[in-house]
Design a protein around this ligand. Structure first.
Ligand code: ATP
Ligand code: MG
Length: 560
């Protein structure tokens, strides 16, 4: 490809160099989630980045759960994560892997470090360990247990494993350097006692490895060549390298950090989403207003749109947030040619065409997508009574209002020209019926030589079907930002969900299947909700409106 060197991101450039210099024979990457919550759009970036690199270099992508902390982990999350990764289209090599599958090897690695005098059992309490660690300005102090003999350490560590101690009574620490300017290197804890049942290994173990010790070993066992993680682990890299070196792995993996993906005014943190779920502000982790993968899927986003989004965002080492409108841009682009364009009236008012025969039904042949003839055509029933959008009629229109008003002629999309002759109101002043006449000569709406400025959509009142539509806005009050600085709570937008129960759609849409997506002309893209729809009674989630404030050129973040 032309300009290939220029368009490669900094990770690809590092991998190229490793291959060139003979450090890497096969590119192996992994996605290592902790099964303690649902995945969100940020994780999608990590998944697609790791999978994409493995594909690009003809390598291997592993799916591995980092399940070394039994307090927070659950099988429910394992299942949802597998479903989400598969849905995004990332294909992992072989079986799904689990860090807990390597507990035996991790234990042996720890014993090896003890034998090398590179690890010791420490009896300090967690508070004391913190105190001894020093600060960024001051070096730490050696633990009084640091110089225990290899034999004593071996025995104590075995006792830890055999359940002789209570939680927190003893830990195993790496013996590195209590004066290191990097706090992570000041004899970090690598094993702790925790009498807990693990979701996979049950009660086999009562000691569990810490993340910084376990992760490099998991990577090394699997032959991962490039261990890609987010920036907050940059300071942990020396420890990562120390572990793989001291445990003695050949061809150790290399850790590379990139910037996390953040969206402005969008809640991604597990803790906050959990709060929204627990407070009943949203309808579960897959509420369509959230950006968990499950929520985006339910809202109607496609894997293709998320892949496009992640690609547009790019991979950098500089932190920055992108706009949600960029994600909206991607789903519009993806559905533009794929989705059928149907007519749906979300806020209906009745129209009667006085000069149209009462029991007549005409079927109008309508293209499913004007820009993509491959989607074919369909037949839409036209009758004497119709619904149009309430906002498409005005009793007293302002200037430049080209839709329906008394005396004005408009084009009913794909049907006839109609002229408003009168209207009726109820006692509250609300318009209840609009009377029109139609011109039989204008069938198809493409009558030449007559000036009609407005085109509005409609649904037959007698043949159309009533459905529910849900219109979403940001769950966050964008004026105020996500977090309330005073008390750390979230600034909730009270109007983020609008339920429209009496919408009318073309009869064909009564049979729309769960997860099916459509464009409703002038109203946006919609997807049939997978949770609340029933056969013959679809509920439509609005994925996105048709209007866009997003400019592609402006949004592209600067390349590293
Ligand atoms: P969170 O706290 O936001 O839910 P996490 O880091 O606790 O995320 P893990 O399960 O530990 O979630 O993460 C799995 C992988 O996803 C890690 O490699 C992590 O670096 C990556 N990841 C997490 N959040 C993001 C993000 N916002 N952007 C890109 N990658 C991310
Ligand atoms: Mg985490």
């Amino acid at each position: 490809m032309e300009n290939e060197a220029v368009t490669k991101n900094f990770i690809e450039q590092m991998i190229d160099k490793d291959i060139e210099e003979g450090h890497c024979r096969k590119v192996v990457t992994r996605f290592p989630p902790e099964p303690n919550g649902y995945l969100h759009i940020g994780h999608a970036k990590s998944i697609l980045l790791n999978y994409g690199l493995a594909q690009e270099y003809g390598g291997q992508f592993n799916m591995r759960f980092d399940d070394t902390n039994p307090t927070k982990e659950k099988e429910e999350f394992v299942d949802s994560i597998i479903e989400d990764v598969a849905w995004l289209g990332a294909k992992w090599n072989g079986e799904v892997l689990f860090a807990s599958g390597y507990f035996e090897q991790m234990y042996e690695a720890a014993v090896k470090l003890i034998r090398k005098s590179k690890a010791y059992v420490c009896d300090l309490t967690p508070e004391q360990i913190r105190e001894y660690r020093g600060t960024l300005k001051e070096p730490g102090r050696d633990s009084p247990y640091r110089e225990r003999s290899v034999e004593e350490n071996l025995e104590l560590f075995e006792n830890m494993k055999n359940g002789k101690y209570a939680d927190g009574e003893k830990v195993l620490r790496a013996k590195i350097d209590m004066a290191s300017p990097n706090m992570n290197m000041r004899d970090p804890v690598i094993y702790r006692v925790a009498h807990m049942t693990h979701h996979r290994t049950g009660d086999t173990w009562c000691i569990y490895p810490m993340y910084d010790f376990a992760h490099p070993i998991e990577d090394a066992i699997e032959g991962v060549s490039h261990s890609i993680c987010t920036l907050e682990f940059e300071d942990h890299r020396p420890l990562y390298d120390w572990v793989v070196r001291e445990v003695g792995f050949e061809n150790p993996p290399r850790q590379i950090e990139f910037a996390k993906l953040y969206l402005n005014n969008v809640v991604t943190g597990k803790r906050y989403i959990k709060k929204l779920v627990e407070d009943g502000i949203v309808d579960g982790w897959d509420d369509p207003r959230l950006v968990s993968i499950a929520a985006l899927r339910r809202r109607g986003f496609t894997p293709e749109s998320i892949r496009m989004f992640v690609e547009l965002v790019g991979v950098t080492k500089s932190q920055g947030a992108v706009e949600y409108s960029m994600l909206e841009y991607c789903i519009r682009e993806d559905l533009k040619l794929k989705a059928r364009r149907m007519m749906a009236v979300l806020d209906p008012v009745r129209v009667v065409i006085d000069n149209y025969p009462e029991d007549k039904i005409e079927y109008m042949e309508v293209p499913n997508n004007q820009e993509n003839p491959e989607l074919g055509t369909r037949k839409v029933p036209f009758t004497r009574e119709l619904y149009i959008e309430r906002e498409d009629f005005m009793e007293e229109p302002p200037k430049k209002y080209f839709r329906l008003f008394p005396g004005n002629e408009v084009r009913l999309m794909n049907a006839y020209f109609v002229t408003c002759v009168s209207y009726e109101k109820d006692s509250s002043g609300k318009v209840t019926v609009i009377h029109c006449t139609y011109d039989p000569e204008t069938r198809g709406g493409n009558f030449e030589g007559r000036k009609v400025k407005g085109t509005i959509h409609w649904v037959s009142a007698t043949e159309g079907v009533p459905v529910e539509a849900r219109i979403y806005e940001n769950i966050i009050d964008e004026e105020k930002g996500v977090y309330n600085e005073e008390d750390g709570s979230m600034n909730i937008n009270p109007d983020s969900l609008k339920i429209q129960t009496a919408c009318y759609v073309e009869p064909e849409l009564a049979g729309a299947k769960s997860g099916e997506r459509f464009q409703f002309v002038r109203n946006g893209y919609f997807c049939v909700d997978t949770k609340n729809s029933e056969p013959g009674k679809p509920v439509f989630n609005r994925i996105v409106s048709l209007k866009s404030s997003f400019k592609l050129n402006k949004a592209k973040p600067a390349e590293q």
